[in-house]
Every structure is written in structure tokens, then in C-alpha cells.
Design a protein around this ligand. Sequence first.
Ligand SMILES: Cc1cc2nc3c(=O)[nH]c(=O)nc-3n(C[C@H](O)[C@H](O)[C@H](O)COP(=O)(O)OP(=O)(O)OC[C@H]3O[C@@H](n4cnc5c(N)ncnc54)[C@H](O)[C@@H]3O)c2cc1C
Length: 598
Amino acid sequence: MHYISTRNLRFVLNEVLDLTKIRSFAEHEAFDEEATEMTLDAAKELADKYLFPYYREMDKNKAYYQDGEVHVLPEVGESMRVMGAAGWLNAAWPYENNGQQMPTVILNAAGLIFQAANGNMAAYSFLTTGAANLILNFGTEELKAAYLDKLAAGEWQGTMALTEPQAGSSLSDITTYYEDLGDGSYAIKGQKIYISGGDHNATENVVHLLLARKKDGPKGMKGVSLFVVPKHLPTAGGLQDNHVTTAGIYGKMGQKGYVAAHLMFGEQGETRGYLVGEEFRGLNNMFQMMNEARIGTGVMAAASASAAYYASLQYAKERPQGRHPGNKDVNAPQVLIIEHADVRRMLLFQKAVVEGSVSLLLQCSLYEDLSKVSKDPAEQERAHLLTELLTPIAKSFPSEYGTEAVSQGMQVLGGAGYTDDFPLEQIYRDIRVNAIYEGTTTIHGLDLLGRKMLMHNGKAVQLLLEEVQLTLEPALANDSTRTMAEALGKGLGSVQQVMGHLIGLAQTEDPKVFLADATIFLDYFSLHVIGWLWLREALAAVQALPTADGQDETNFYQSKLQTARYYFNYLFTRTAGHKRTLLGTERVTLETGGELLV
Ligand SMILES: Cc1cc2nc3c(=O)[nH]c(=O)nc-3n(C[C@H](O)[C@H](O)[C@H](O)COP(=O)(O)OP(=O)(O)OC[C@H]3O[C@@H](n4cnc5c(N)ncnc54)[C@H](O)[C@@H]3O)c2cc1C
């Protein structure tokens, strides 16, 4: 059951990141190194028993809709309740809300374990946590009392209900509306599509955190508020139908056991919703869940790619095929495919993507923790800006490169990779959606270039460069890391040149021109960020090698160094092509009118 390296998680948490700062605050002091170890062990034990065994089964026995009911594997409900009882769903909550005050960085390390074991099952739980967090942070005491315990126990499902047929990427166009009923509740009417966990029979209730617009209220985002809309209303007399109807569920390419539903509100009777937070602050408040979900999506993608990596690695170590070039002796035994340089290229690609993504996700989570617990306003702002800047990358890099990595993993298996005798074909189908939901990669490119790079006059970028500098200096001084550090330093110079060019366009041209290649810019910038993180890992490995305890540990650190070298020689080199495109003066996409796409 090797789907993730917990040794790697410990390496990042203990040897690369510095958790002393967050542990110095009373909020997180309970999570010392020993408690962190125990947390990861507990996560692995639970994942091995309740999640991993059902990964293939959830695909074969997919969710289905029959006679008005959505059926999922009963083990979905069991896993939610087990995770709830073990305290995973509210692990980050304050003690007074029965939480453990677990730092996000540790929770997300555990999340990587759960998601690698079976992302389709773990997702039901983490979605519930995200929904519950909104009620915890913005809800009234009545709402907290009515919903939090049930959600935290995994007895009720939570969802995030935003998308509508005409409003996907463009949420300001939502039309689901609300009217004040004057008794503290609101009538909700409209439709939501693609709602993950939107309805199923493994929990007794489903609680939607839903965005709706005030009827005849302001247009755009200004008129949008956030509501709790349960499938069944909790009343003194028990659960009562709230007239949330499921029109059907979607037939999906992958994640077949993780239901996505088309829901109708207020069509077959009155649907009541309860305001969460201030009226008209809906999108702002929902952003909390969306930001969590974005990092969560990165976690899911990195974790899927991790499972694929270990499946293909095992195969490569067992499958004999062919001989080394130059060996013409047909009587010589075949070599294992891991002996072929090109198979190693594909394995290294996967490892570089998986571990680079893990490093990014945990770094981003640590900044988020610091932004919440630090008492120093300057430090808090710094951590907040870095989280903001890195979130679009934490969502999109693991999703885009993870998909490519799983494809390489499938290729390692040859024909076997395409068959359902092995999990690669399922992982390939499952991982693909990560680049689509929680905002397509394009939307994150627009967010990064159009907003994050420029916010506070480029302060976030400046802060990131300061962080990178802390790695560059020692890496330049070390023989094993110097070449990589030089490549990164040169690359960062080019980023400044590219940014200067793009800002010039922003000042002189239509925004269409400035933002036309935002997705390419996202990739370009992400490759530098991951380069920084690989350099930092390489440096930590070099420092640890002289005192490595035994051959396995030596191999672990050497492997880090080799993968960093691979990254700089095979992946980072893509930045050169992007730089050319971004500095180019030919506006091919802008000038190719629809009539030319024939
Ligand atoms: C399996 C699944 C589960 C989902 N779960 C949920 C959920 O739980 N809750 C929820 O609310 N939603 C959910 N979604 C919806 C998901 O978030 C949207 O599908 C996604 O945001 C894209 O919206 P869309 O499908 O309308 O595509 P569109 O917005 O129509 O986009 C189509 C294409 O146009 C591009 N595009 C759009 N606008 C622009 C622009 N301004 N500039 C440049 N390019 C643009 C996009 O990048 C994309 O390539 C889910 C979707 C799927 C497939």
C-alpha cells in the first residue's frame, strides 16, 4: 500500500520548513515534532484501513441516481463518520469548538496521505470541513449550534454551491435569488450545477453553503450573499424536507464515486436558507472556502500523482523488457525497464512534480498558519501576501503537471498502463478535473497576473524574492547546488524583464493585450517558484547527507539531489520557451478571429 512517502512529508516538515515559529504560539504549541509524528502515523493508519481499499471499487461501483435518490458506496458514510470521530474534520478548530488547533501545515500533510489513499472518498470529508468552517467563522450562534456538531462528526455532508448553468468562471452572473421571509430565514430559488457531494444516501442530511442574489437587488457581486441551505431543515421535531430537489447527477470521466449533482432550490415547494455573515458579503466570505478548496485541490492533485508515481515505480522495478543499447546478444537476459534511461526520465518527472508540489503546498499552508497566529502585524501581512500570491500556483501547478505526471506514469507501464489491471488509467481519469474545478487554470492565470503580481505595488512578489534570496545565497556557495542556483538566479532576472514588458502593455494597451497570455505567465512563474523549492530541498539534502543514518537515508537524500538536478535540466528549461512567447510581439491569439478557426 505504497501510495505516498511519509518519509518525504517528514523531510519537508522537519528538515525543510521551519515550524518553530508557529509552534511558539500558544495556539499550536501542542503540535511539537513528536505530536506531528503521531498525527501522520494516525492518518496513515486510517487511510490504509478506511480509504485505500475502496479506491478501485468506487470507480467500478460508481455513484448513481435512481428514483429520486443518489446512491454511493456505503463505505463513503463510514469513512466520514470514522474521520469525524477521530477528530479530522474539525482538527483545525479552536479548543472551545471541540477542535485540536492543528496547524494547517500538519493538517494538509495528513490530507496528502488521505487523498493519495483515495481522494474520491476523502473529498466528501474535506468538503464538509470547508462548509463547516464558513459557519464557524461567519455564522450566528444559532447556526453554529444547529449545524457544526453534525458536520464535524461526518454525519451530515457539507457542500459549496456556486456554479450555475450561465455562471461558472464568471460568478458575478449568478441568478439564484433570495427573498427575506421576515422570520430570520430567506426563500431561495434557482439551480446549481456540478455540486460535489450535492446529494447522496450515505449521510442523513446535506448542507449547502450557497451563493444567491437578492431579488431585484444590486447587479454583479454587490448583490450576492451567502446562505446555509440544508436539504432537510433541523427542527425540534426532527429533520424536515426543505424542498431541495436533485435533477440528476453527472456522468463523469473520472472520480465516478464522488458525486456531482444538479440541484434545484424552491422549485417543488419553499426552500429556506439562512444568512451566513453580513448581507452582500457573500463572495468575500465564500472566498475563505474557495481559497481553502484551492489549496485542497492542489493537495488532491499532488496526492493522485503520488499514488501514480509509486504504482509505476513498482512496475518499473519488476517488469523485464529489452536490453541495453549496444547489447546485441539475444541470449542475454532482458533487463528490468527501470534500467532504461528513458523510463527513469519518466519516473523522475513524476517525482519532481509530486515532491515539488508537496513542498509548495506545505509552504503555502505554513504561510497561511503564520498569517493567522502571528501577533506581529508586519509578519502577519507578509505571510498573508505570500499565501495570496502562491495560492493560484498551489492550485494549478499540481493539477496541470500532476496530470502530465500521471500520463508519464501510465507510459511507464506501456500497454498495461492503459488497462484496468492497474490503477494508472483510473488515476489518469480522476486527476484531470483538478485543472477545471475551483477555477480553471486560466482563471488562476488571470488572478496571478492581473491581481496578485501587482497588488500593493508588487509587494507580494518582492517578499517572495526575499524568501528566495535566503535559499539562493547558501546554494550559490555550495558546490553541489551552485549550477542550479545560478540557473534560478538568471531565471529570476528574466522574470523581472518579462514583468517589465507586461506592465508596459498594461499601461499602454487594452487589458485584453496584457492578459492574453496570463496562463502562459502562470506556468512560467510557477516553474520558477517550484525551482526555488527544489533548490531548497537540494540544499537541505546536501546538509543532511554527511550524517545520514544508513544506506536508505543516504539514498533518500541523494535521490533529492538527483531529482533537483533533473528538475533544472528537464522542467525548468521550459521557462526559456515561455519567455520567448511572453516577450513576443506577434499577437497570434488576439488576431485569430473566430472566423479563422475553421
Ligand atoms: C466534477 C465537477 C465538480 C464540481 N464541483 C463543484 C462544486 O462542488 N461547487 C461548485 O460551485 N462548482 C463545482 N464545479 C464547477 C466548476 O467549478 C466549474 O465547472 C468551473 O469553474 C468552470 O466553469 P464552467 O464549467 O462554467 O466553464 P466556463 O466558465 O464556461 O469556461 C469554459 C472555458 O472558457 C474559459 N474562460 C472562461 N472565462 C474566461 C475568461 N474570462 N477569460 C479567459 N478564458 C475564460 C475557461 O478557462 C474554460 O477553458 C464542478 C465541476 C466539475 C466538472
